[in-house]
Design a protein. Structure first.
Length: 405
């Protein structure tokens, strides 16, 4: 075929549907699972949707993306929410981000945190460090670092945080010391809003329903249960685990590069660099009882708890009950749990290790020159939310439609 797409997640489905809408039909998607959706898949548990890949919502910040997605699942099938997420720290339950909501703590805690932030390196002119842990202390002060940011990131990503770079931390809400002080004095949040400040979630379905409908629109161009084993850059051929071979003029991969057990025609240095890419695996687990809270999700930096976040299903999924946890695979088994359903996501979060930008720049540049394009969270090894992955796929589809690929 002309185009071979690996992976029927948000990026792959968007690319395929956009191409079909412009008259390009000579493409095929290979998907290793029985259903489409990738990390955004949903199943029914206890009578309501359970998003097995963790917490996924549709952000409102990209109207052109939402307009495209609403063509498959109309806007009137979605509820729109104002984000209410909390952090449980030192006996306090405060809104996210912590720096903007210290005013919700006891007055004694407010004083402690303000004193700590006031002498953080960024506020007293100390040069910005390169190591991740040092950067957290430099930016947020010792109290926020030790009570929240360091333990939470260890739980979510890795015990060895200094393998992470600092280049990605612009994703964090930026709240200055002056804004933190103002929030304590005026008892309201200041600073930039976090992602998903407003978001959509389906009224009657899980988030996975959207991607099933997108898959249905191109159902003749998807083959399921086709896990990939190898890729040959010389012949632009992909081999599945059952030995089938698929060749194309252009290959678009949205799957993790680590999934290719056999790579032919790639320089050894690039092949070796793929082994240096890191990721975390996350288990989601459902619990049936309701929580007495209005928020949609809660962060838990407490190292005595195995999970790092819970999603309060009954606060965003109508007529449902219960919640689900997210737990790094390294921390499973720390405590006895009584959940009703568990799902392990081998590939949950790409880790922003120090060498990753250099590795991916070389890998994506060389591969694209060979007619193999990396796209989306795993094709680019970037912690993209689904709306960003869709936007990138839409741009690639436009480039293809203009005949530039």
């Amino acid at each position: 075929m002309k185009y071979l797409i690996m992976g029927a997640g948000p990026a792959g489905l968007t690319l395929a549907n956009k191409m079909k809408q412009t008259g390009i039909t000579n493409f095929l998607i290979l998907e290793k699972e029985k259903n489409a959706g990738g990390l955004c898949r949903s199943i029914i548990v206890d009578g309501s949707p359970f998003d097995i890949g963790g917490g996924h919502f549709l952000d409102v910040r990209r109207p052109h993306v939402n307009e495209f997605l609403f063509s498959f699942m109309p806007e009137d099938e979605w509820n729109k929410y104002d984000r209410d997420s909390r952090i449980v720290v030192n006996g306090n339950i405060v809104n996210h981000p912590l720096e903007a909501n210290i005013w919700q703590m006891s007055i004694e805690n407010q004083v402690e945190y303000l004193k700590s932030i006031a002498v953080a390196g960024c506020n007293i002119g100390t040069p910005k460090p390169e190591a991740f842990v040092d950067w957290i202390y430099w930016k947020l002060g010792s109290k926020v670092a030790e009570d929240y940011m360091i333990p939470y990131n260890q739980k979510m990503f890795s015990k060895e945080l200094n393998q992470l770079g600092t280049y990605w931390l612009n994703k964090l809400p930026d709240v200055s010391f002056e804004e933190t002080l103002l929030s304590c004095l005026t008892k309201k949040a200041y600073g930039t809003q976090p992602g998903h400040a407003q978001f959509y979630y389906p009224k009657k379905h899980g988030y996975g329903e959207l991607w099933l409908r997108m898959a249905d629109a191109i159902k003749g161009n998807i083959e399921y249960e086709k896990p990939v084993k190898g890729i040959d850059f010389t012949t632009k051929t992909v081999t599945t685990r059952d030995g089938e071979k698929y060749s194309a003029d252009v290959i678009i991969t949205t799957i993790p590069w680590m999934e290719f057990e056999e790579i032919t025609g790639m320089p050894e240095q690039l092949k070796s660099s793929i082994k240096e890419l890191k990721h975390s695996s996350i288990q989601t687990e459902y619990f049936p009882h309701n929580l007495d809270t209005p928020c949609q999700w809660i962060y838990y930096p407490d190292m005595n708890l195995s999970y790092h976040r819970i999603l309060v299903r009954h606060n965003f999924c109508p007529n449902s009950r219960g919640y689900w946890t997210e737990t790094n695979s390294e921390r499973i088994g720390m405590e006895k749990t009584n959940g009703n359903s568990r799902y392990m996501n081998q590939y949950a979060y790409p880790l922003n290790t120090i060498k990753k930008p250099e590795i991916m720049k070389k890998l994506l540049s060389w591969s694209r020159a060979q007619g193999v394009i990396g796209l989306g969270r795993w094709g680019e090894h970037q912690h993209y939310n689904s709306d960003v992955a869709v936007e990138l796929a839409m741009k690639l589809a436009d480039t293809i439609n203009k005949g530039n690929i």
